[in-house]
Design a protein. Structure first.
Length: 385
């Protein structure tokens, strides 16, 4: 079952411009373009009965709005977002009375259109009973400084770039710093603040507690006070992850080195556990210990994957050795690239943005492609399909 979306402008180009302002839809949405005058819009509503309709038309007269109203009355499930240059309160009121769900003033300020569209899209999905069920992926360092947070945050960014809605949850409750890898902005709420309100949880509440750090990308930061972690109970973590799953396509868990009860509750929902290590003996040693612990905790072997970070050509230990000695496949080799990685982290800019051609960026894209394949059609854009 998919959601029908129509973008309507006075001209084909107008409709196409709307498409360019919106994030590319995923497979749950079938999008089409339409254009013309009010009569064409009314016919489009009555014949295609879209779930969601984004319209940009010059201000409509009283009769024209009445025509839209009668069309919307015949297709009650259609949520219409109207972009309009007429900001007079009278006009906005008349449009709302005609059944327009949301109005976005033109010229569009900031993310106003995207936000209105996102809100109506989520509502329409809920109304149609289309539930997202995010893939939950966990990232664990074999030992401190392996680069696990760097990989998790940058992979989150890469998946968001592909139009996926992504949430990164910082489960490093005592010293998490994931948010720094993605933005210089200061978070206002952390997972501890959210956990304290667990009695009020629902999916919207959980999502709105997160910090949006980019298009399609949200972070739930780690506690910022020493007592914060104590409020993050296993039950709270369990429901945060469950609710997040209904709002995002991917939920990435940035794990710390200590697997305490809250961490385990988060890991329980992960379909895959990625352990990051480097190619030296101490890392191999700690990876072995971690894998043994994960086995004791009951995580099946086929959920486990290794990521070799700071890989260099000609090293004494190879990924093949890791695979042989740990019995777990190495999914990815991320090259060593000190300057580019340090620059990205120091400025809170994902490396795919600060150094897209760096070998590290290329490696991360390989994993993103595997997790969210970008078909040739998709690459062509909105209406390639
Ligand atoms: N591919 C890379 N090339 C060069 N340097 C890297 C690379 N990946 C990570 N680093 C460096 O390693 C440091 C540690 O990375 P990160 O914080 O992601 O590790 P971690 O495994 O999450 O550690 P912790 O156990 O503290 O959570 C970073 O500050 C960065 O400078
Ligand atoms: Mg880390």
């Amino acid at each position: 079952m998919t959601l029908k979306l129509t973008l309507f402008g006075s001209t084909h180009k107008g409709a196409d411009d709307i498409a360019h302002r919106l994030p590319q839809p995923d497979d749950t949405v079938t999008a089409s373009l339409a254009f013309g005058g009010v009569e064409d819009l009314a016919t489009e509503i009555e014949s295609s009965r879209p779930d969601l309709l984004v319209v940009e038309l010059p201000a409509l007269g009283v009769d024209e709005l009445a025509r839209v109203e009668s069309a919307l009355a015949r297709s009650p499930a259609t949520a219409m977002v109207l972009m309009t240059g007429d900001r007079s309160p009278e006009y906005l009121l008349r449009a709302m009375r005609a059944g327009v769900r949301e109005i976005v003033p033109v010229p569009v300020a900031g993310d106003e259109l995207k936000t209105a569209y996102g809100r109506q899209l989520e509502r329409a999905m809920a109304a149609r009973g289309i539930e997202r069920k995010a893939r939950v992926l966990a990232f664990l360092p074999a030992k401190g400084g392996s680069g696990s947070t760097f990989v998790a945050t940058n992979l989150a960014y890469a998946l968001a770039m592909r139009g996926k809605r992504v949430a990164l949850i910082d489960m490093n409750l005592h010293s998490g710093d994931a948010v720094l890898f993605l933005t210089e902005g200061k978070p206002t709420r952390t997972i501890a603040d959210l956990a304290r309100e667990s009695a009020r949880f629902d999916a919207t509440f959980v999502e709105s507690a997160m910090m949006q750090v980019g298009e399609n990308l949200w972070v739930l930061p780690a506690p910022d006070t020493p007592e914060g972690p104590m409020d993050v109970t296993p039950d709270a973590v369990g429901s945060i992850v469950s609710f997040a799953r209904t709002r995002f396509d991917f939920v990435l868990l940035d794990m710390g080195r200590i697997l305490d009860a809250p961490s385990v509750r988060a890991l329980d929902q992960a379909e895959a556990l990625y352990v990051t290590l480097q190619l030296t003996l101490p890392f191999l040693h700690d990876a072995k210990r971690l894998l043994a612990l994960l086995a004791t905790l009951g995580y099946e072997r086929d959920k486990l994957h290794m990521i070799v970070n700071r890989w260099e050509k000609g090293g004494e230990i190879t990924s093949g050795d890791v695979q042989k000695s740990l019995g777990v496949p190495v999914d990815l080799e991320v090259p060593n690239s000190f300057a580019a990685v340090a620059h990205s982290i120091n400025h809170g800019i994902p490396i795919l943005n600060s150094a897209p051609r760096d070998p590290v960026s290329k490696a991360l894209l390989v994993l993103a492609d595997r997790l969210a394949p970008q078909t040739a059609e998709r690459k062509r854009g909105w209406f390639g399909r």
